[in-house]
Structures are given as C-alpha cells and as structure tokens.
Design a protein around this ligand. Sequence first.
Ligand SMILES: Cc1ncc(COP(=O)(O)O)c(C=O)c1O
Length: 372
Amino acid sequence: METIVPFVDLKKQYSLHRDAIDMAIQRCCATAEFILGPEVERFENEFASFLGTQGAIGVASGTDALRLAAKALSIVPGNEVLVPANTFIATALAIHALGAIPVPVDIDPHTFLIDLNDASARISPRTKAIIPVHLFGQCLDMDAVMRFAGERDLLVIEDACQAHGAMWNGKRAGTFGAAGCFSFFPSKNLGAFGDGGLIATEDPLLVEKLRLLRNYGAEHKHSHIIPGENSRLDSIQAAVLNVKLAFLDQWNTQRFQAASRYCEKLRHITEIVTPAVAGIKPYGHVFHLFVIKCRQRNDLLQHLNAMGIQAGVHYPVPIHLHQAFSFLPWQRGDFPVTESSADLILSLPIFPEITDEQIDYVAAAVEAFYVT
Ligand SMILES: Cc1ncc(COP(=O)(O)O)c(C=O)c1O
C-alpha cells in the first residue's frame, strides 16, 4: 500500500523552503565556516530571543544538551534525578551517562506528563534534580513544578526536546528551570538536517561553563581550562535552523489547527479519547505529537497502516522496562499509569503541512475501524 498520510512530511517542508535553505547551506560552503562561527552565533542569539532568555548554547544533540546541562549543574555519580516513566529513553540515558540514577516517576493519566504527587513519593536523600519533560509538545504547569522543586531544594532541568515554542502562562518551555534542553532532530517542531541540540539558561556562569564544556574546555585555542569534550552544533545545521526559526510560531499554529480538526472529526467515536484542545492558551500545546487513547490499539494501528496511514506509539516501553535499564531496581507494576497507558496510546500523523483532506482521511479510517 502506498503511503497516503506520512507520519511527518519533511520532503514537503523542504520543497516549500528550498531556495532559502539551499542558499544558507551554500553560504557555509562558500565561506568554509563549518565549526561554530557566525551561523551558530546567530542561531544562538535568535533562539534565545525567541525563547526570551539570556543564554543559548548550541550542542550536538538533545541528548547532549541534557547530559551537558546536568554535568554543568554538578550532577555527579550517585545522585538521583527524577524523570517521567513515559518519555523518550534519552532523558534517562543522559543522566545515566553521568553515573547518576534516573528515578522514574509515574504520569498523569490525562496529559501523560510527570505526576508531581508520585514524584514526591520517589524522593530520597540522594535526589538532586527533576527533569520535567514537556512531552508531545505540552508545556507542563511550570508554576507547580517550580514550587515542587523549590520546596524540596531540587534543581529543575527542563526537557523541551518536543516543545519548541510551547508556553505556560506566556513564558516559553525551557525558560523556567536552571536549564532548558532542546533537540533539533529532523522531525522535531524545529528540526535540522541532521542532529543538533541547545541549552537555554539565564545564568551567565552556566553559559560560560557550557561553552567550555562543548568545545574541549577551551577558552582560546590551546588554552584548555577544564576537561571538556566535543559537542557543538554544526554550522550547516545552524544555517538551516536560522531559516526555519522564522516559521516556528506559524508552524506551531498550523499544528494546533490540525489537532483541533482531528478533535472535531473524532469527537463522536466513543472508543477513543482525544487530547483536550478546548481552553488551551496560545501555544500551551504545540502538538509535536497528536496522541489519542484508544481501545484495541494494536489492531487499529495495523488497520491504519493497511490504509496507507503511518501512525506510531510514544512510547510502547516505559523507562523502567527497557532492557538497557534492567539493572535498576524497578519492575513491572511499579508505575501502573504509565504501564497501562503504554498499551492504549496511539500517535496519529501531524505536521504543519498536513492537509484537511489527509486529516479527514485518517479520521474516516479510525471511524471505519470501530464501525465495522
Ligand atoms: C523527550 C526527548 N528527550 C530527549 C531527546 C533526545 O534528543 P536527540 O535525539 O536530539 O538526542 C528527544 C528526541 O529525540 C526527545 O523526544
């Protein structure tokens, strides 16, 4: 079956902005400025001003953004860091890479975001930080998160890898905690043409430290003042991102409109639950993913695939059940909401360029599955 509705359509996005993107890449080639330099500086400045923050440091990936932010904030071996049990594994891997322990926390059954009541029960004397993940593009209630962390003396490192431009009360995701981490993996709301990441922070000392850490600890050439590493945002990626950043708010608006149409079209199907869009403040949810809860999830997924529709599950395996983390002390049954959600959630295709016809085709296919 040919693909009628892809999960994302990066070819279409490129075709709509080909001239500007090609020119930006050629500029890098012509000047041969491939490492750091003006494109990276410009992107860091413009993304910082988009977010409304002081500092932005481009790094090699979202995983590195999380890991380097945690390292710069002195997360050390033996520290515990709270992470949602439902997130992409990179959130937890970044903490594990520092010799610290990612401690999973159960999620809210409606939003699928970290549940602060459960977080409170998972705290130990070794807990040093919490990573709220603005999963699927939904900005968490950051007043509640900051209050929770403040009362317990925990650092907040935001994982905004799926939430570029999302807001809580008019303030962008990634600007509340000590550091906000972004991924520019190609399919993200703001995606590069390869890997890329960024850390946002208000703290000038952290900016300085992260600039050293990402570049071999070098203050100047041959002057290495801390043991750093190589994790820089590529200049060509920054050049692509400089073109795309101008469209981010518009694309997020288009995603929201697509989500609203899905909700309208799917509303009457009693076997599914759609995400709440009514009452969402501007950019409260930037719909990186459109996730429904549904009965007979695996059969519905198969049915959609057979109709030429690409859908996905985010995430089928909770953090504590990955083989990679089998050495951690948690087992099946320890995070019941996450575990039961993992069997019910389904991500339908969403991207800024999705057409009304494509959305209607997906909605009709979902309806046909439950009617027949
Ligand atoms: C929630 C979340 N955290 C972290 C990452 C890691 O980002 P990257 O793939 O750029 O390393 C991703 C994306 O892949 C993500 O979705």
